[in-house]
Design a protein around this ligand. Sequence first.
Ligand code: PLP
Length: 402
Amino acid sequence: MSTRPRVSARISAISESATLAVDAKAKAMKAAGRPVIGFGAGEPDFPTPGYIVEAAVQAAREPRFHKYTPAGGLPELKQAIADKTRRDSGYAVEASQVLVTNGGKQAVYEAFATLLDPGDEVLVVAPYWTTYPEAIKLAGGVQVDVVTDESTGYLANVEQLEAARTERTKVLLFVSPSNPTGAVYSREQTEAIGRWAAEHGLWVVTDEIYEHLVYGGAEFTSIATAVPELGDRVVILNGVAKTYAMTGWRVGWLIGPSDVVKAATNLQSHATSNVANVSQAAALAAVSGDLSAVAEMRAAFDRRRQTMVRMLNEIPGVFCPEPKGAFYAYPSVKDLIGKELRGRRPQSSGELAELILEEAEVAVVPGEAFGTPGYFRLSYALGDDDLVEGVSRMAKLLSEAR
Ligand SMILES: Cc1ncc(COP(=O)(O)O)c(C=O)c1O
């Protein structure tokens, strides 16, 4: 019998997505008849706008879409993404600098696979979205955390980044608005960080998937436009999932210099080939249309954001800085760790989240998933009534902590 491991070391090292795991557990409890309220999901609760669905229906009837199309994306979609990038970010790119991917997730994976050699370091601001570490690791890269907390609204500064930089640093990952914290860097902060990266010859991989979800006077700034000194060492990741409520359609993209995009396209040509044509046609309708659908969603998210943050901050032991973008709140629950609650004494935010799920039937994602124990991530992309009911249940339970 072979003593070789059944699963490779590289793939065994990948962790299960904690956010999907929480969601799955909550859904299983729901299916068993328990009235669980889930704050775990990272997706809008709205359906995809009708005109986008209609474009997909039309496309499904077109025989040319029943066949393979270019691995890097439909030419008309690549052009529309280039035009949209100029419209929304003021960043001028050619269609040849766009690669259409199976969701933003594949763009994340391919960006790191294309840029990193084993041992190359990537600066990642923590708390970070759970997919980045796995994509960096799979590419042989080394993640170097730059840890932030609620005292700065989870924003990193140049001094912190410089302290983490070494000879091996190749890439800075810049995410604004952030998942999981909702932090948004101002134009000045973005410029300072971008100039520092340019000065040290770093690449910047910037995830702009929440660009249209900013609130209360906060503004999205594309680091690619704000810092022309970065030259061509910028890779932009984006997608239709969050802006147009299209998480299930699986369309994202990567924008970068031609050599990087060509190499990433070669990778994709052997992995997944073209994204499903019907989904690409839907994405084409989305990015070439106006932004009225996202304006409506944004108004609803903003209302829910304010309600959630106010209610969370009323809970003793919970502190939540105001998220300025995306659709997540990221409160600290550090003061509740180790306290007695319903006969138990949770020793981590993970244990506290489990207790809340069992006792209050409310699902939140613990900060462990995002590299910072002691916090919860709650999505406010759910109906207003459920949101109030869920946070009220949590508040009632947590107020018993002694
Ligand atoms: C920061 C960030 N980037 C990228 C994605 C990828 O989204 P998708 O693969 O659904 O397009 C997500 C989804 O949760 C995200 O939060």
